[in-house]
Structure formats: structure tokens, C-alpha cells
Ligand binder design. Structure first.
Ligand SMILES: Nc1ncnc2c1ncn2[C@@H]1O[C@H](COP(=O)(O)OP(=O)(O)OP(=O)(O)O)[C@@H](O)[C@H]1O
Ligand SMILES: [Mg+2]
Length: 308
């Protein structure tokens, strides 16, 4: 099921929390939603889940208009909301049984499905505790379990890995990637490496507007910064190496990063630069001991687009 969003706007007083957003998320796509605090990520997700209504614009899920087909469509939507509201007095297992029931899962299938959720979110040891007694990370896992228990085709995850420990983050990312093979996923996060690790596509919003849309690679290509290659070249005289690199066709600028260790930062204009450097070293009998691409960081692109 795909998601089609047309000219969505949501106002709070004079402020447009979401400002004329249009967007298509294809079936099987994992879209990473980025933006600074207050950008409108949660508001957009709440509209897609029908949690709140938009002032203008339309959302279609699997070709059907959300506002006219809510009861039919809601069983295909899984939602982990930002503040993850849970019943604190309920034991984990009872809560998941309850969720399975209200999501309309057939009674005979509920025990297996709940067991499966407990397994994949790593809640085995905690399953008999009351939710209010769980640590923050475990509560987040319960939130994830309830979002996917009915095997929805659309998953909206608002900061799914917030509060999780590094082991669990890795597991949840893997889980999201697996789910994303068939499902349509939108996830918001403030962890930039997370979008690269998990998402097929990145959408950056700022002040309710889309300011970038594409793969991490395409965003890098659009950004102003040139790629930097870090190299270490031994057995040569730094100034001579410096001059020779500077003369290469694909090099726009060289910086001598560390004279004592013959380290150079090379700003390059095309990918051919690696071959040119390698050949140069061979010709001069220099020894190339390190060559690391130092790409424009997603952080820099993000800051560029959202600092205003
Ligand atoms: N119920 C509300 N009443 C008034 N303003 C609201 C309401 N909900 C959201 N807003 C405003 O809408 C804007 C967008 O908020 P939203 O929660 O969508 O941001 P976000 O991108 O999810 O940010 P964060 O990264 O902090 O979670 C904010 O300026 C917020 O104050
Ligand atoms: Mg939010």
C-alpha cells in the first residue's frame, strides 16, 4: 500500500505546523523523516494516522481517501506515537493481548502473535511486569510491539529507537529493514546515521515545509561541499608531495593536515582522484598507507537546510 499526500496543511493559530506538504511514499519504501524540533514531523504523522485532522489537503492510502475510509484503512496502519501512551497498570502481556484483540486479530491466533511480538522486541524477561514498572527503553519496546502486532501494511514510527540501548537499536533497525521489504514505513528520528542505516529515502522538513527529498547519496551530491579524501603518504618529502597532488587534474585543493605524518586532506572534483593519487605514489616510489573518503556529513547537509 502506498501513501499519497496532497497539499497538506495544518494550522495552530497563526502558525502553519504543516505547510502545503505533498509527498508519495511507495509500497515497500522506508522513508526517514528528519527535521529540527518543531518542524512538523509528529503533526504530519498524526494526520496520516487520523489522530488529528488536517485543515487542508488529502491523504490517500492504497488509493483510498483516508477521511472517507478511516475504519477500513486503520487496520492497515501501525503507529508508534512520540509520547508512546501505554496503560501503566497493565502487565506487558495483558496489554499486548488487549492490543491484539482491539486490532481484530482472530482469537485463536492471539497467543502466538503476542509471543512473537515479545520475542522480536526482546521483552521476554519483562512480560509479566506492569508497564509502569518498566524502564524507558522497555516501554519503547512495548510501544513498538503494539504498533506491529496486527501486521499492518503501513507503519508510522515516531522516533522508534529513542531511549533504546545500542544493542536494541541495532535489532530494531534490522527489524524495521525487514518489515520495510513489504511494508510502507515512515519513521522520524534525530539520529542522522540511523536514517542512512535504515531508510531508502530521506525527507527533511523545516518550518512545516519539505526542504530536501532523496537518497543520502543524492542529498550529498546536491550539497555544496566537495568531497574530501584523507591520505597518508610515506617515504616522500611533504612539500614535494603537496605540489604533486595539487597538480592532479581531479584535485581542487590540498591541505597539509599533519606535516610530521605526511597527512593530506584532498578536496576533489571527481571520483577518478583515487587512481590519480595511487599512480602518483607508484611513479615517485612513495608509499600510500592510508586513503579514507571523508564525505560531506549528513549533519552538515541537515544544518545547511534547517538553520534559519
Ligand atoms: N496541539 C498543538 N497546539 C499548538 N501548537 C502545536 C500543537 N501541536 C503541535 N504544535 C506546534 O506545531 C509545530 C510542529 O510540531 P511537531 O510536534 O509536529 O514537531 P516535530 O517535528 O515532531 O518536532 P520534535 O522533533 O520536537 O518532535 C510546533 O511548533 C508545535 O509547537
Ligand atoms: Mg515530534
Amino acid at each position: 500500500m502506498d501513501i499519497v499526500i496532497e497539499n497538506l496543511t495544518k494550522r495552530y493559530g497563526n502558525q502553519k505546523a504543516v505547510d502545503n506538504i505533498s509527498l508519495i511514499v511507495a509500497t515497500g519504501e522506508i522513508l526517514g523523516f528528519l527535521g529540527p524540533n518543531g518542524a512538523g514531523k509528529t503533526t504530519t504523522m498524526k494526520i496520516i494516522t487520523s489522530f488529528i485532522a488536517a485543515d487542508e489537503g488529502k491523504v490517500y492510502i492504497g488509493g483510498k481517501l483516508l477521511t472517507d475510509n478511516y475504519y477500513e484503512l486503520k487496520k492497515h496502519i501501525g503507529y508508534l506515537s512520540e509520547n508512546n501512551p501505554l496503560y501503566h497498570d497493565m502487565p506487558v502481556i495483558d496489554f499486548l493481548n488487549f492490543c491484539a484483540k482491539i486490532q481484530g486479530i482472530e482469537k485463536s491466533r492471539i497467543p502466538d502473535r503476542v509471543a512473537e511480538m515479545i520475542r522480536i522486541t526482546g521483552l521476554k524477561r519483562e512480560k509479566h511486569k506492569k508497564i509502569g514498572e518498566l524502564s524507558k527503553g522497555y516501554q519503547q519496546r512495548v510501544g513498538l510491539a503494539q504498533a506491529i502486532i496486527h501486521d499492518p501494511e503501513i507503519l508510522l514510527l515516531d522516533e522508534p529507537t529513542s531511549g533504546l540501548d545500542p544493542n536494541q537499536i541495532a535489532e530494531i533497525r534490522k527489524l524495521i529493514r525487514e518489515l520495510g521489504n513489504e511494508k510502507t514505513v515512515i519513521l522520524s528520528t534525530h539520529i542522522l546515521p540511523e536514517v542512512e542505516a535504515t531508510c531508502d529515502r530521506i525527507l527533511i522538513i523545516n518550518n512545516g515545509k519539505i526542504v530536501a527529498d532523496g537518497t543520502a547519496e543524492s542529498l550529498r551530491n546536491q550539497s555544496k561541499g566537495s568531497d574530501i579524501l584523507k591520505v597518508k603518504i610515506e617515504d616522500g618529502e611533504p612539500d614535494q608531495i603537496y605540489k604533486s597532488i595539487q597538480a592532479l587534474r581531479s584535485v581542487s585543493m590540498v591541505e597539509l593536515a599533519d606535516r610530521n605524518f605526511n597527512r593530506f586532506d584532498i578536496h576533489c572534483t571527481d571520483k577518478n582522484v583515487k587512481r590519480e593519487i595511487f599512480r602518483l605514489c607508484v611513479e615517485n616510489k612513495w608509499v600510500l598507507t592510508e586513503m579514507t573518503p571523508f564525505e560531506t556529513k549528513l549533519e552538515d547537509i541537515f544544518r545547511d537546510l534547517t538553520m534559519n
